[in-house]
Structure formats: structure tokens, C-alpha cells
Design a protein around this ligand. Structure first.
Ligand code: NAG
Ligand code: NAG
Ligand code: NAG
Length: 350
């Protein structure tokens, strides 16, 4: 009887919700800025592709949900910024060309590049009977790092690649660039940690205020540890790189010809990383997390306000870094990896 009463008490203080957001955000800008890792630097070390609110800038502080005038995301109250490095093709003659980004399938047609963004709970079907608290204004984090090696991707099981046969291919997930041309392009996946220390909006390495308990991408996260007790939405990005135009230019010796904008010259993708700057208006995201809607069913005020593809595509952020990033380039925009490593080593020594 006592156990039964305890079970009832437990049921009364928790609630079972399973909201899962999956939505498209078009490209809002592609430029060398990084308000999380290099605030104020114009330009930053390497090129990023960015989606979300148009307040994106070299420095961003305060409540981003109240800044800017539009967003490239389906949900019109989401002024967050989401970004990753940019993929380049390196020709055997030494020239580089930026790989175009294409929209994912299962999204409304016509979105300008961008990414697919997910906010899930413990997994797609459940909050694990644990309240999911959304990010507070000013919150930011990164996952992965341009200087990490193969061991980084052992630690971060949510940083993966898929060689696409079609846009719907999802497996297998691999931990480096594909070893052959991929008919449907390359997908990069970035899953963020979801356990928060409950105190810090950021941390010196932009990661230690968060803790990851997800065994692999989209699998149910284990319980949060006492150091990071607050469960937040499980955030993930998918980016689809349109590699078709380079299929005929693959090197004859079969070596990988792709390189991320931070310039890992080893031909590996270990430095894959992503950044997040929370910027939902008011309590919109909490309202969604408290509900049980899934994907497109969360649109049209049920409970989230949404906008059309034309409205998404009409939004862009001003370019403050003037440099050519398209066509064949003799070098990657920004500093080569060796200089970046030197700078990082100096920072660590000081
Ligand atoms: C971006 O920052 C620059 C320099 O601080 C400022 O002049 C500009 O107005 C900002 N742009 C936006 C969109 O906030
Ligand atoms: C490398 O090849 C591309 C594609 O054919 C060409 O457009 C580019 O000019 C070449 N670069 C050099 C340095 O020859
Ligand atoms: C979400 O649910 C929590 C717990 O039930 C409640 O305190 C909060 O007011 C709700 N927030 C919104 C925006 O619905």
C-alpha cells in the first residue's frame, strides 16, 4: 500500500510528454564570424555556415530572442543561431571550391540550403519521466573541436557522417569522411549534450557546463549525473553537402578530396564541430517541450508559430566580412591550420 502511494506521488510530480521538433532552417549567412569561440573577431579563423536569426554577428550578448528582425527557421519564434564549419573540395591541382549545401528531404520544398534542426526529449518517444527544461536566455555551447583527433570522435559518438545514396540514406554512420564518391552527397551529424550544470550559460571551453549521456545519435540518453543534473532538450543538426559536381574529379589514388574550412590537411574529418546560441522568444520552446507534438504537427500554433518557405528564404544576416568564398580559390578563406594550432598552443601556455 505504501509503495502504491509512493508511485502515485511520483506520478503527480512528473508528467509524461514526448514532444520532438524537427524543422528546416535556411542558410542565414556564410562568413568568417564566431561569436561563441572568437567573440569580436572580424574575421574569425575559419568559415562557418549559419542558420537562424538575422542578429548573427561577431559579438552576441543578452537575450538573442529579442534581437534581429527575422529568422530562416520554420518556427518564426526561433531566433537562435546554429552553425558548423563549411566543406570544401580540394582539387588535385591545389585549388579549393566550397561545397554547396542542399535541403534535406521530409522538409517543405524550396528551403535555401541550411540545416535540419532537432530538439528531442530523452528520445523521440519519451521524456523518460523527467522534466525537460529549455535553455535560458544567453545560453550557448559547442560540440567537437577543430583541433581534436580521432579520439575526439570516440568520445563524441554524436559527431558522425553518412555517405548518401539518396537524401533519405541514414546508415551506416561513419566517423570520418567517406572513402569513395557518394551518389547523393555527404551528410554531417552533430548531436549536442543534454545535461546542464544548472548554473553556467557558458564555460571557458564552451562545453564543460554540459554533459553527454547519449550512447549514439538519437538513442535514449541515460540519466544525468549529479554534477550536471538538469535535463535539457537533446539538440541535433543534420547538414547535407551536395558533392555531385565533384564526383568526376575524385583523385585517381582514392584519397579523400574533402576538407573542412578549418583546414585539416591530413584528409580527415576529426575536427568536425558545431555551435549553438539559444534565441527562442519568451517561453515558446518550453511550451513546445511541455507538449507532445511531433515534427510538422507542432506548426501553425500547435503550439508553435510557423512561417512559409518564402518568408524563411527572405531572411538573411548582413555580411561584415568581405571576402570571396565562391568559385575556385587558391587557399581556404582564413588562416591555415598550422597557424591556428600555434595560436591555441600559445593560449594554453599563457
Ligand atoms: C554587428 O556588429 C557591428 C560592430 O559591432 C555593428 O556595427 C552592427 O550594427 C552589428 N550588426 C547587427 C545586425 O547587429
Ligand atoms: C584546378 O582545376 C579546376 C577545375 O578544372 C580549375 O577551374 C582551376 O582553375 C584549376 N586550378 C589551377 C591552379 O590550375
Ligand atoms: C511547463 O511545465 C512546467 C511543469 O509542469 C510548468 O511549471 C511551466 O509553467 C510550463 N511552461 C510552459 C511555458 O508551458
Amino acid at each position: 500500500m505504501k509503495a502504491f502511494a509512493n508511485a502515485l506521488a511520483l506520478a503527480a510530480v512528473t508528467s509524461y510528454t514526448y514532444a520532438a521538433l524537427r524543422f528546416g532552417c535556411g542558410t542565414v549567412t556564410i562568413q568568417r564570424l564566431d561569436p561563441v569561440v572568437e567573440p569580436g573577431n572580424t574575421p574569425s579563423a575559419h568559415l562557418h555556415q549559419v542558420v537562424g536569426g538575422n542578429a548573427f554577428n561577431a559579438s552576441m550578448n543578452g537575450d538573442i530572442g529579442n534581437q534581429g528582425t527575422c529568422t530562416t527557421c520554420t518556427f518564426s519564434e526561433d531566433f537562435s543561431n546554429y552553425w558548423t564549419a563549411v566543406l570544401f573540395f580540394k582539387h588535385s591541382n591545389g585549388s579549393y571550391k566550397r561545397v554547396k549545401i542542399m535541403e534535406n528531404d521530409a522538409l517543405p520544398a524550396g528551403i535555401n540550403g541550411g540545416m535540419t534542426i532537432y530538439y528531442t526529449q530523452q528520445d523521440f518517444n519519451s521524456n523518460g519521466n523527467k522534466f525537460i527544461r529549455t535553455f535560458p536566455p544567453g545560453f550557448r555551447m559547442t560540440v567537437g573541436s577543430p583541433t581534436q583527433g580521432a579520439d575526439g570522435l570516440v568520445k563524441h559518438k554524436g559527431l558522425r557522417f553518412t555517405c548518401l545514396d539518396t537524401k533519405s540514406t541514414r546508415f551506416p554512420e561513419i566517423d570520418d569522411f567517406p572513402k569513395k564518391p557518394c551518389k547523393g552527397g555527404i551528410m554531417t551529424e552533430h548531436h549536442f549534450p543534454a545535461c546542464w550544470d544548472g548554473v553556467n550559460l557558458d564555460s571557458p571551453d564552451h562545453q564543460s557546463h554540459m554533459y553527454d549521456t547519449q550512447p549514439t545519435g538519437f538513442a535514449a540518453g541515460a540519466a544525468c549525473p549529479s554534477t550536471h543534473p538538469i535535463r535539457m532538450p537533446q539538440l541535433a543538426y543534420e547538414t547535407l553537402w551536395d558533392t555531385a559536381e565533384f564526383a568526376s574529379m575524385w583523385p585517381a589514388d582514392g584519397t579523400n578530396p574533402f576538407v573542412f574550412s578549418y583546414g585539416d590537411q591530413e584528409g580527415h574529418a576529426y575536427g568536425t564541430h558545431a555551435d549553438y546560441m539559444f534565441g527562442w522568444k519568451g517561453d515558446a520552446l518550453q511550451k513546445a517541450m511541455n507538449s507532445s507534438c511531433m515534427f510538422q504537427a507542432c506548426e501553425n500554433g500547435k503550439p508553435l508559430k510557423s512561417q512559409t518557405v518564402a518568408q524563411m528564404n527572405a531572411c538573411s544576416a548582413k555580411s561584415t566580412v568581405k571576402e570571396n568564398i565562391d568559385g575556385w580559390l587558391s587557399a581556404l578563406p582564413g588562416k591555415p591550420m598550422s597557424q591556428m594550432m600555434e595560436r591555441r598552443m600559445q593560449m594554453l601556455e599563457n
